[in-house]
Design a protein around this ligand. Structure first.
Ligand code: ADP
Length: 527
């Protein structure tokens, strides 16, 4: 009993403090039009006042005609309950006090206190009125809190563009919040169904949407899907939904899901990707400028071969008895050299071209050796002796060839710069590829000055550079390219003894390779 009393006292305290907070609220803030209104409809409000007045008049008439307290008390209670439904807590408290004062005034005015039965009747009515006032205020307070919570939830849903949906795997009917209806751009009054959701889904993503309901039918613990909606006017919306079974009814799970409109995020990601691609292009063209000597050399070699084969061909034809077979061989050499020159030029054009990434199945070893061809003269210029170990055995990776070449060129140019400060005989560069745990690995290791441990963490941060003329974008772009290909890149360094930069990419068509035993090792001595 005592426990019950203290429990109701515990409940009553926050209730009355809540009332105090409400009554002391300051209404001086600038008025803004709220998105969600919790005030009752003005028409209902006006109607409430009219009925209230009619009931009040009824009380006055009954009081003047009868001398019992019971009939007016019932009307007071009716008035109070109506007020609790229609008006704010302050108004309800005022009406309750007014009713009690009126009841007491009429009791005193009629001289009811002179008779024992009317005095007890008055106190019975007063107790009933007070108790009902307390209960009405309590339920009003709880209803207000509930409504406020609901409004917060609705507001948060609207601000975060997140709606909630409820569905089952075996039922066409669904439920959704107003925000979910807004995301699907359906009328709030319409009852949602699975067919409505499927009708809004982008035709290419329909299998994804069907899979959601199939998973729900199988009773999976977590359902997550990202798909597109196609609006009637052709707009595309990107949706991310996560759902899990919330409760079970008649052995069937009801899923509750959070549905987010991530269109703005996806558009921002696409813009970022585009900006990164433009930046990568600019830095690629910049490094091409740095490789100008190598490129000129690469193109010059076949041109020299063309000139000498052309001269030989001329001599074979210029004889009194022209040696046609020799001349034809010289012509074949000219054609082959022209082909080589054209290959070099198209590789360079591909590097300087600005195009969207095109991922294809490529041999990692081919890409690395082709890139080394482009930087050969640069290595010679820096007096660097490279050794190359290609042991990925033609394993294929799904990459954009030009982007991967850009990564390797960046790493080699950095290695060249790092070795400028060391003696010529120590300028060694080791480039190797191998396969480990279904990853194709590339390493560019130098014997340069190394990287100080305190800057190691900043290495891949945009604009981090220790060079006077550096931009600090090279490694950052390398990382975004490798990330885009689902790989990882990292550096290890021993200050004063060199640096190793490695990256790993997922390999396609996994097959067992003995990388150590069959490694193709050769060295390219620079001239
Ligand atoms: P930048 O070359 O324009 O400085 P990067 O992003 O390519 O920009 O490199 C950032 C920094 O990382 C360089 O300034 C350098 O300090 C360090 N770094 C990169 N590669 C090496 C390397 N192989 N050896 C030593 N330091 C390196």
């Amino acid at each position: 009993m005592n426990n019950n009393r203290s429990a109701s006292a515990r409940e009553a305290l926050p209730f009355f403090f809540g009332l105090l907070r409400k009554t002391s609220r300051t209404p001086h803030l600038r008025r803004v039009d709220p998105a969600i209104s919790i005030s009752p409809n003005p028409l209902v409000n006006a109607l409430g006042w009219v009925i209230g007045l009619v009931v009040a008049c009824g009380i006055v008439v009954i009081n003047s005609e009868t001398h019992t307290d019971l009939a007016p008390t019932i009307l007071y209670i009716t008035l109070l309950l109506m007020a609790a439904n229609l008006f704010s807590i302050n108004v309800v408290i005022s009406i309750a006090l007014m009713c009690i004062v009126l009841l007491t005034a009429i009791f005193l005015y009629n001289g009811g206190y002179q008779r024992w039965d009317s005095t007890t009747g008055f106190f019975r009515c007063l107790t009933a009125l007070s108790a009902i006032t307390f209960l009405a205020l309590r339920s009003k307070y709880a209803a207000d809190r509930l409504r406020h919570n609901e409004v917060y939830l609705l507001g948060a849903q609207r601000l975060s563009r997140t709606g909630s949906v409820g569905f089952r795997g075996d039922s066409e009917r669904m439920t959704w919040s107003d925000e979910a209806a807004r995301i699907f751009e359906c009328a709030l009054s319409e009852s949602p169904t699975v067919s409505m959701v499927l009708a809004r889904t982008h035709p290419d993503d329909l299998p994804l949407a069907h899979e959601v309901f199939a998973k729900a039918a199988r009773g999976e613990a977590l359902i997550e899907v990202r798909h597109r909606l196609l609006m009637p006017d052709g707009r595309i919306k990107h949706i991310h939904m996560i759902a899990s079974p919330l409760f079970e009814q008649h052995e069937r799970c009801e899923y509750i899901g959070a549905l987010m409109d991530v269109t703005a995020t996806r558009e921002a990601e696409a813009a970022l990707f585009c900006a990164q691609a433009q930046l990568a292009h600019v830095t690629r063209v910049t490094s091409l400028g740095e490789l100008a000597a190598s490129i000129a050399h690469e193109v010059n070699q076949p041109l020299t071969a063309i000139t000498s084969s052309g001269e030989a061909c001329r001599r074979w034809l210029d004889r009194p008895a022209p040696d046609l077979p020799e001349a034809l061989q010289a012509l074949d050499r000219i054609i082959a050299s022209a082909g080589r020159a054209s290959d070099v030029i198209s590789r360079i054009r591909a590097l300087s071209r600005k195009s969207d990434p095109l991922r294809q199945h490529e041999s990692l070893d081919d890409i690395v050796s082709e890139t080394l061809g482009l930087v050969q003269q640069e290595l010679a210029h820096h007096k660097i002796r490279p050794t190359v170990e290609l042991a990925a055995h033609g394993r294929l990776v799904d990459v954009d060839r030009v982007q991967l070449q850009q990564v390797i060129i960046n790493l080699i140019i950095n290695a060249c710069h790092a070795m400028d400060a060391v003696k010529v005989r120590d300028r060694l560069l080791h480039v190797r590829t191998w396969v480990a745990d279904n990853e194709a690995m590339v390493e560019v290791a130098d014997r340069g000055m190394g990287i100080a441990p305190e800057v190691m963490n900043a290495l891949f941060t945009p604009f981090f550079t220790t060079k006077d003329s550096g931009l600090g974008m090279g490694l950052s772009i390398c990382r975004s390219i490798i990330d885009f290909h689902g790989g990882r890149i990292w550096a290890t360094s021993t200050p004063g003894h060199g640096t190793s930069l490695r990256f790993a990419l997922p390999v396609l068509l996994p097959e067992s390779t003995n990388s150590a035993g069959t490694a193709l090792t050769h060295s390219m001595e620079t001239s």
